[in-house]
Design a protein around this ligand. Structure first.
Ligand SMILES: Cc1cc2nc3c(=O)[nH]c(=O)nc-3n(C[C@H](O)[C@H](O)[C@H](O)COP(=O)(O)OP(=O)(O)OC[C@H]3O[C@@H](n4cnc5c(N)ncnc54)[C@H](O)[C@@H]3O)c2cc1C
Length: 500
């Protein structure tokens, strides 16, 4: 039986980060992935030869001393990742309410504040207070600084206040509230349900800068693969754990894989959906309270996605990326409610891709969707869906196309749809139980699955642990990595990598 220091289950950004971090610290690591390829949500897919993003379109955090940039530096992949900034404000547009009022947001924390004050001159006080509170939460959160990153030990008052409560105390202006809650689409939880603290931790870096990455999530996968070669990191695809066996003193001694192989390790870290973790762990070693807690986690929002191209003769250099967020009502709680009977929120993204010397103007639209919308077909699988599901998909594709053309009438004859994906497509592609975009909800007062689990050598990290999105998922891996490597060794390693 082959023995490793660490087995990491799942090879999305969380698993890749943890594998490299532990490998760099001298550990013998095995990365186990259920799919045929590593990368999870990062992996792009190609349709008609054109690359489209699966679960990574843009991020915040590309700025000096920002946690994202620091994490990339520590992992030695910063130079492989080229940000493409959305630096002009017209490229990050929010269209809010039935009147379709347009707000363009610049990058830079202070510039964002000034711009929002220009739009809402009578709300200066509320705007200043909101941004001061966001900053204060981030300054007080140890996990936002790679040098001090650790399991959250103290919770802030803002961890117990909802975003909705804070906004309602600050202002009665519905459009301002909608604009300030707008980045909730980047975590998929209603303002009534997310804590102000977690909203702040996610949004701060997006106010500072919004960027795409050249070659999208594939750039990360390539960079990790290159670095893995320098360390003792093995990858096994098409594998998953079927049994945790030989349990002594609450420690799993042996893991059986679907292929019949058996392996052992000092630590096994799951970076997959909590419900999948529950399925894998031995039930007789888990308390009812633990099982009930994990079973009660609810999925965050997901997306129905349409992928297309605008046919034009321009070269890739002529396109700057844009993001347009459409909020048909100012009530963001309604837009993130599975029962919303009105027009859904949608985000339209445009970018340029160059493949084999050919340029593509890619346009993707993500409409908020929930597992409730596709529950009639939940037993079906990709490639074997019933005809009423196909009809559901066609109807959505055509209504999304109408909305795209309404926003960009100039694309009426040139926009061509290439592919589409429902929340079930994501579910099956990403091996997640419900296809939500950000794993389970980060709900106020809820303790998600993170760090050491009831079995002593089993840990949880990943987007459902601490904060969602690529940055949040990576942060969870650094926190768990620090626990496994040991505080002193980790601190020394970080100081060395960041040349502190
Ligand atoms: C449509 C969509 C758009 C998004 N857009 C953005 C965006 O623009 N910016 C952003 O920051 N975030 C975005 N996100 C969220 C972001 O993709 C995730 O938060 C992040 O990538 C999650 O990384 P992860 O490693 O935790 O999980 P995943 O990327 O889901 O990786 C988990 C991996 O585990 C594997 N796996 C599952 N079960 C098992 C098992 N039993 N055994 C072995 N392997 C298993 C899966 O196959 C997968 O490879 C988006 C998500 C979606 C779906």
């Amino acid at each position: 039986m082959k023995k490793y220091d660490d087995i990491i289950v799942g090879s999305g950004i969380s698993g890749l980060t943890l594998a490299l971090l532990l490998g760099m610290n001298g550990h013998k690591v095995l990365l186990v992935e259920k799919n045929a390829h590593i990368g999870g949500s990062l992996r792009r897919f190609y349709s008609q030869g054109i690359p489209f993003d699966t679960g990574f379109h843009f991020t915040g955090g590309f700025y000096k001393n920002g946690i994202f940039q620091d994490m990339l530096m520590v992992l030695g992949i910063k130079d492989h990742i080229q940000p493409i900034y959305l630096s002009e404000e017209k490229n990050n547009q929010f269209i809010v309410g039935p009147e379709k009022t347009t707000y363009n947001l610049p990058t830079g924390y202070q510039r964002t504040i000034e711009k929002i004050k220009e739009y809402f001159p009578r709300e200066e006080h509320a705007i200043d207070k909101y941004f001061a509170m966001v900053k204060s939460v981030c300054n007080q959160t140890a996990a936002m600084d790679l040098r001090k990153i650790s399991m959250p030990t103290t919770l802030l008052d803002e961890d117990f206040l909802s975003l909705d409560d804070v906004l309602s105390q600050l202002t009665n202006n519905h459009r301002l509230k909608a604009l300030l809650a707008g980045y909730s689409m980047c975590y998929g939880v209603k303002p009534q349900e997310i804590s102000f603290a977690n909203h702040s931790r996610i949004c701060y870096s997006l106010y500072e800068s919004v960027a795409r990455v050249k070659d999208g999530g594939d750039a990360f996968i390539k960079a990790f693969q290159k670095c893995f070669k320098e360390f003792n990191i093995e990858i096994m695809c098409n594998r998953y754990i079927t049994e945790c066996a030989d349990i002594q003193n609450n420690c799993v001694g042996r893991f059986a894989l679907n292929t019949g192989e058996e392996i052992s390790c000092d630590q096994c870290i799951f970076t997959i959906h909590p419900r999948e973790v529950l399925k894998t762990l031995p039930k007789n070693h888990l308390s009812k309270a633990f099982v009930d807690r994990v079973s009660a986690f609810e999925p965050s929002a997901g997306f129905f996605s349409v992928y297309g191209v605008v046919e034009s003769t321009n070269s890739a250099d002529d396109f700057t990326p844009t993001i347009t967020s459409l909020f048909p009502t100012t009530d963001i709680n309604q837009l993130l409610d599975p029962g919303n009977s009105g027009v859904p929120a949608m985000v339209i993204m445009q970018n340029a891709e160059e493949v084999n010397g050919k340029s593509y103007h890619v346009l993707s639209a993500l409409e908020v969707s929930f597992s409730e919308h596709v529950k009639a077909w939940k037993l079906s699988k990709t490639g074997n869906r019933p005809s009423d599901y196909i009809k559901y998909k066609q109807q959505h594709v055509s209504s999304i196309k109408e909305r795209i053309i309404e926003k960009f009438p100039e694309y009426k004859d040139s926009f061509k749809i290439v592919d589409s994906a429902s929340i079930l497509t994501f579910r099956d592609y990403l091996n997640s139980p419900d296809g939500s975009a950000y794993g389970v909800k980060q709900k106020i007062g809820q303790f998600n699955l993170f760090g050491k689990l009831p079995l002593r050598n089993i840990y949880a990290a990943g987007q459902s642990s601490m904060l969602p999105g690529v940055v949040g998922a990576m942060m969870s891996s650094f926190v768990v990595g620090r626990t496994i490597v040991g505080k002193e060794k980790y601190d020394h390693f970080i100081a060395q990598r960041l040349c502190i």
